[in-house]
Design a protein around this ligand. Structure first.
Ligand code: 5GP
Length: 215
């Protein structure tokens, strides 16, 4: 019989790269925060950006805020998994310790756009899980962007324009969730994460476990 320390929940497994993308205003940031609060096994991959911090944003927590020269240096030193131009600024995923941590079973959450998703997927298909969050309607998306009151009308128009183009990439994702209700959307995202963790090829501890079962 399997001993208790070999319970299915403690078997060694490989971590995954959980990507959440959506047009801004579809609730991705809120869902990301809820996930990070509720789940100890996943941590945020903090991106590097040349965009100035918004009110309340903390360097090293929400982003690593850098100037153009520093971003250039990171690109030259091949320190990014991927990077992209978004809204006139540059954003990139630093390699950091991701690869070695994945081996140890650490999961990472990525809040990146479709370009970054495509690049990350090309580099590491086995570890990447791609989830796209859609707003329930375009009217609701605009309402949510306006209610943030952080951005000017011109910025909101630009974000609406970009939202349409971001939405057009929905079919390059493994899962698509419509965010009509935040709690329901969050529950679905967690179910996706839980099921992906159970995939056979991620459960590296299964071979010794089954060997023991059969001995
Ligand atoms: P915001 O400026 O509103 O925080 O983010 C703008 C957009 O940049 C979002 O769609 C976000 O997903 C994307 N983004 C943030 N970090 C990265 C990154 O490291 N790489 C890529 N490709 N996109 C990113």
């Amino acid at each position: 019989m399997a001993s208790p320390e070999h319970s299915i929940d403690t078997l060694a497994r490989r971590g995954l790269m959980f990507i959440l993308s959506s047009p801004s205003g579809a609730g991705k940031t809120t869902i990301s925060r809820m996930l990070l609060d509720a789940d100890d096994e996943i941590m945020l991959s903090v991106s590097v950006t040349t965009r100035p911090p918004r009110e309340g944003e903390i360097d090293g927590v929400h982003y690593h805020f850098v100037d153009d020269a520093e971003f250039d240096r990171l690109v030259e030193e091949d320190d990014f998994y991927e990077w992209a131009h978004v809204f006139g600024h540059r954003y990139g995923t630093p390699k950091g310790r991701i690869r070695s941590a994945l081996k140890e079973g650490q999961d990472f959450l990525f809040d990146i756009d479709w370009q970054g998703t495509q690049q990350l997927y090309q580099k590491d298909q086995q570890d990447v899980v791609r989830v796209f969050i859609l707003p329930p309607s375009i009217v609701e998306l605009r309402r949510r962007l306006e209610s943030r009151a952080q951005d000017s009308a011109a910025v909101i128009d630009a974000r609406m324009e970009r939202a349409r183009s971001e939405i057009s990439h929905w079919d390059a994702y493994d899962y698509v969730v419509i965010n009509d209700d935040m709690q329901a959307c969050f529950a679905k995202v967690r179910e996706i994460l839980d099921a992906e963790r159970m995939k056979r090829q991620r459960q590296t501890g299964l071979i010794p476990f089954v060997r023991e079962l059969m001995s």
